[in-house]
Design a protein around this ligand. Structure first.
Ligand SMILES: *Cc1c(COP(=O)(O)O)cnc(C)c1O
Length: 323
């Protein structure tokens, strides 16, 4: 029996209407040469070309649109994030006329902090762990009466991410399998809900880094497991445990979870740049890394890899290109 709320297909269809004009419909790119390397027919859902550089805008836009239209419209919004979620909330908040505060770690990458500030958000540094950031964000939300915007464990955020799944089903014919990166699991939960409903024959496979494999372990153990630590170059996929809503949804909706190493991620980034001219960040390249190693896919299948973001640190891109 499900114990958590879950978005429906209808929620995702409404989200698509709601965020039209703020998030763009990203292209589904046919990647022939990469596909030949992998022995499959490969298509890339290019969320690296989404506004703000990642799919996170979809969920943030849906959440903020609902908050802004609600009778209890908050006076502002707070997010705790070192990266793409913070940028997305900052961007969407400006669009809906809500002030935003993004709480970042003291050691956050200056480029990502600058991006949130450029979109008009107030940025505050606090601690180094996500626990410290979350506590600070909750305190500010309480003090100011602002709404806290969760990065993945929220039905409206998941419904927003699911709009990428609706686009995939509209853009691709006869998909055999969709590969999705797993951080907290919001993107995969949304896409899996949409694809299950609209293309029930397609398999859904989640991809995690070996060094941040909380979904893989939780699936194996049949319960939500918390890791002691994470270690991966894919900064958008670092998390100690799956979300509560997302864990329950993904246990049911995913056919498999597969793992990739940091070296395989860097190799996929290099091939994405050279063969398809797409710049992906490490978190966005894990699906292509899996397909290239034949994980989660079978020979000659029609495969969609979600390339979830392109906000890559130049030093990391240089490392990938130097392979
Ligand atoms: C946040 C993020 C992910 C993971 O998404 P979840 O909803 O947390 O699973 C993957 N790729 C990129 C680029 C991200 O920013």
């Amino acid at each position: 029996m499900p114990t958590h709320p879950a978005p429906t297909l209808a929620d995702i269809v409404r989200a698509r209407q709601r965020i039209r004009g703020l998030a763009v419909e990203t292209p589904l790119v046919s990647a022939r040469r990469l596909g030949e390397r992998a022995g499959v027919r490969l298509f890339l859902k290019a969320e690296n070309l989404q506004r703000t550089g990642s799919f996170k805008l979809r969920g943030a836009a849906n959440k903020l649109a609902r908050l802004a239209a609600s009778p209890e419209r908050p006076r502002g919004v707070v997010a705790a994030s070192s990266g793409n979620h913070g940028q997305a909330v900052a961007y969407a908040a400006r669009a809906y006329g809500l002030p935003a505060l993004v709480v970042v770690p003291e050691d956050a990458a200056p480029a990502k902090v600058a991006a949130a500030r450029d979109f008009g958000a107030e940025v505050e540094a606090c601690g180094r762990t996500s626990r410290e950031r979350l506590a600070r964000a909750a305190a500010v939300a309480e003090e100011r009466g602002w709404a806290f915007v969760a990065p993945y464990d929220d039905v409206d955020v998941i419904a927003g991410q699911g709009t990428a799944g609706l686009e995939i089903v509209d853009q691709a014919q006869d998909v055999d399998v969709v590969l999705v990166p797993l951080g907290g699991g919001g993107l995969a939960s949304g896409i899996a809900t949409a694809v299950r409903a609209r293309a029930p024959r397609a398999r859904l496979v989640g991809v995690e880094p070996e060094g941040s494999n909380a979904h893989f372990v939780s699936r194996r153990e049949g319960r939500r497991v918390e890791l002691p630590r994470t270690d991966t170059i894919a900064d958008g996929l670092r998390k100690l445990a799956p979300g509560e809503i997302t864990h329950e949804l993904l246990q049911r909706l995913l056919d498999d979870v597969v793992l990739v190493s940091d070296d395989e991620i860097l190799e996929a980034m290099r091939l994405l740049a050279l063969d398809t001219k797409l710049v992906a960040e490490p978190s966005g390249a894990v699906t292509v890394a899996a397909a290239l190693k034949g994980r989660g896919v079978k020979a000659n299948e029609r495969v969609v890899c979600v390339v979830s973001g392109g906000n890559v640190d130049p030093a990391v891109m240089a490392r990938a290109m130097a392979l």
